[in-house]
Write a protein of this length. Structure first.
Length: 378
């Protein structure tokens, strides 16, 4: 059930998902071509014990020192230090402004005696020179500082022709994925908000006791329907329950609500899915039958009358109520106004009240006589 609901949301909002993905792709490609490419070069260094001609004790001390993780991290920090940075600039005869767009960082590779220096910048050649210069200065500094362990190049930095960023294809794929996810999230949130607002509007326009539309909203609905399709036929009918007049002030409120709810159930059972039900007043309902001429409406109202002819039993209150229903309807035609349509239905209802033998009357535009009497004469 929930899967079908989500699929319906997606069918209504697929264009939002597509548009969001397209916008994300456009922004990603635009940024990829506008941003200055950045190149990343690597230099690797190995830490080992000191010279082999050293004494055995010195060699053992060097091995123990190399195995110490804190020593490895110390060498990495030395490589990251400002002193090494300044010495590398002097070696390359550069000023800090010349490499303001470059960054470098060293780290110990896990479980090894290898240091890795990464330099990133817009010129791969200069990035490689910076990496090697930093490496040479670190090697020179550490050899003067400590003879027990030795730091040396494992791999010199080499210029690359492939930028590390941006990567248009990767960024485009990621942008599409994020765009689709964002679009789906927007669609689902929008549908939830729309459903919540629709539910709120429905509650505002619904009668509290019966759950059908209020008189004001029903009237507006009929007016909108006639404005939208002025040449189409429709019928309305007022269902009056005279049996409720005398019990409104005497029955418990809960019992009266239960009776009204039972009447609503009868109406919905006899009507079609696109028919509209409203609460006309305290003891009457009104229905709208789209695309239904007067003769067909009369037959529907006859079925409703038969359904409402059965007494309503409320066992929990030990109550039996005869609804004493009368129905007056009217067919729309000849571009009459909404007010005139309701007046014709009220006139038909008045006729139904006077004629106990014929409790259902429908006024027709093409033949302005009571449809029930026309049917009786045929």
């Amino acid at each position: 059930m929930e899967l079908n609901l989500y699929l319906q949301m997606l069918r209504r909002g697929w264009w939002v998902v597509a548009l969001t993905a397209l916008v994300a792709l456009t922004v990603s490609l635009g940024a990829s071509f506008l941003v200055t490419p950045q190149y990343e070069v690597l230099a690797r260094f190995i830490i080992s014990p000191g010279a082999i001609e050293a004494s055995p004790n010195t060699v053992l001390q060097g091995l123990s020192t190399v195995a110490n993780q804190s020593v490895m991290e110390t060498y990495a920090e030395v490589m990251n230090s400002n002193r090494i940075y300044d010495d590398a600039l002097s070696f390359l005869q550069l000023q800090p402004e010349d490499i303001k767009d470059y960054s470098y960082e060293s780290a110990v590779l896990p479980g090894s005696s290898i240091l890795e220096l990464t330099v990133t910048g817009p010129d791969p050649q200069l990035a490689a020179e910076i990496a090697n210069a930093v490496g040479y200065q670190t090697i020179d500094f550490t050899r003067r500082l400590n003879q027990v362990i030795n730091l040396d190049f494992l791999d010199l930095a080499v210029p690359t022709t492939i930028p590390s960023s941006p990567q248009p294809l990767r960024n485009a794929a990621l942008a599409i994925i994020l765009g689709v996810i964002g679009g789906l999230g927007f669609v689902f949130v929008r549908e939830q908000l729309r459903a919540s607002l629709e539910t709120f509007r429905q509650r505002v326009h619904l009668d509290n006791e019966t759950g059908v539309y209020t008189k004001k909203y029903f009237s507006r609905w009929v007016e909108d329907e006639l404005a939208r399709q002025p040449n189409e036929v429709l019928s309305i009918g007022i269902v009056e329950l005279n049996g409720l007049r005398d019990i409104v002030d005497t029955f418990p409120i809960v019992a009266l609500q239960r009776i009204l709810q039972r009447v609503t159930e009868f109406l919905r059972k006899e009507l079609r899915g696109n028919d509209i039900i409203g609460r006309w007043n305290g003891n009457s309902f009104i229905v709208m039958l789209p695309n239904t001429p007067g003769v067909a409406a009369n037959r529907i109202f006859e079925r409703i009358f038969q359904a409402l002819s059965e007494p309503v039993k409320l066992d929990q209150f030990n109550i039996v109520v005869n609804l004493d229903a009368h129905i007056g309807g009217a067919e729309y035609g000849n571009h009459i106004t909404v007010q005139e349509l309701f007046e014709k239905a009220n006139s038909a209802l008045e006729q139904a009240r006077r004629d106990n033998e014929v409790p259902v009357y429908v006024w027709e535009m093409k033949s302005p006589f009571w449809a029930q009497k026309n049917l009786d004469s045929t």
